[in-house]
Design a protein around this ligand. Structure first.
Ligand SMILES: [Zn+2]
Ligand SMILES: [Zn+2]
Length: 277
């Protein structure tokens, strides 16, 4: 990635997420032949309920599969993040009494309070517990999302553009497509992409050209943060037309934390926490 952030990231930060993504890619490839998702009629589901697909259906992710993925992720973390090894040990030693089927359901609903209660019982930080569940499930969520890729790329309309229509994660990043400047939202949890308008605030729907503008850092104009004067919301964006090429959106989102800082310093918010689905 050609990113030279003006505010340096903590040492090893980007590398950690790069190896985490590689681990997840390996799991996705490993599971591709064994995990089967019965495809739903996406448009019908979303039009009827206006809620992300995975909060409406039971995707049949077996508790054993989560246990297996979580075990692998924790082993990865033992080497990649030795600072969390105490939490890793504690969580692994409690595997025998955890209800993994229920954890999958609670994560997807989402019923965060249940996850927080379990973390308290395990005496591990709730952010750590939710982080590992989230990242352990991502390889399966990405396989499920692959089934809907084509549909999302075509004539698809979704009323809540800042939320992933498949897995329900909040999106913080979009790209402007090289061939036509079409804005495409990106979900870093399941890798879904869906279209939205260019001059449009994904938070409040404002589309007045005078109210939407962008900030960027000199010499790095392909990476921008679009801001809205109406709701003070912001959205990070990568413009493929400026650089003439695509980037790994997952890594670019992490590598552009300096844009979050820039926007927040100027009083803008990504509205995390305002979305209750
Ligand atoms: Zn998603
Ligand atoms: Zn807005």
């Amino acid at each position: 990635m050609d990113l030279h952030p003006p505010t340096p990231l903590p040492e090893g930060y980007l590398e950690f997420f790069q190896s985490l993504e590689s681990w997840q890619n390996e799991q996705t490839i490993r599971l591709r032949n064994s995990f089967i998702h019965s495809k739903e009629d996406l448009s019908v589901r979303l039009q009827k309920n206006k809620k992300p697909l995975l909060s409406q259906i039971n995707p049949n992710i077996d508790g054993d599969l989560l246990q297996n993925l979580l075990d692998g992720l924790l082993t990865f973390l033992e080497t990649a993040r030795p600072s969390v090894s105490e939490h890793v040990k504690k969580l692994k030693s409690n595997f025998k009494w955890l209800d993994f089927d229920n954890l999958v359901k609670a994560f997807l609903k989402p019923k965060e309070s249940e996850l927080v209660d379990t973390a308290k019982q395990l005496e591990i930080p709730e952010e750590f517990f939710i982080f590992v569940l989230d990242h352990a499930l991502r390889p399966v969520l990405r396989l499920i999302a692959e089934s809907y890729q084509e549909e999302l790329a075509n004539d698809f309309h979704w009323d809540i553009p800042a939320i992933c229509p498949i897995c329900g994660a909040k999106s913080h990043f979009s790209r402007l497509r090289q061939e036509d400047g079409q804005r495409i939202m990106f979900c870093d949890r399941c890798f879904s992409e869906w279209k939205t308008r260019y001059l449009f605030c994904v938070h409040c729907g404002c589309d007045h050209p005078n109210d939407i503008s962008y900030l960027s850092v000199e010499g790095n104009d392909a990476y921008r943060v679009y801001v809205c004067k109406q709701c003070h919301g912001y959205l990070k964006t990568y413009d493929e037309r400026t650089s003439g090429r695509q980037v790994d959106m997952y890594i670019a989102n992490i590598g552009t934390i300096y844009l979050d800082m820039l926007a927040q310093e100027q009083g803008y918010t990504n509205h995390d926490g305002d979305y209750l689905l």
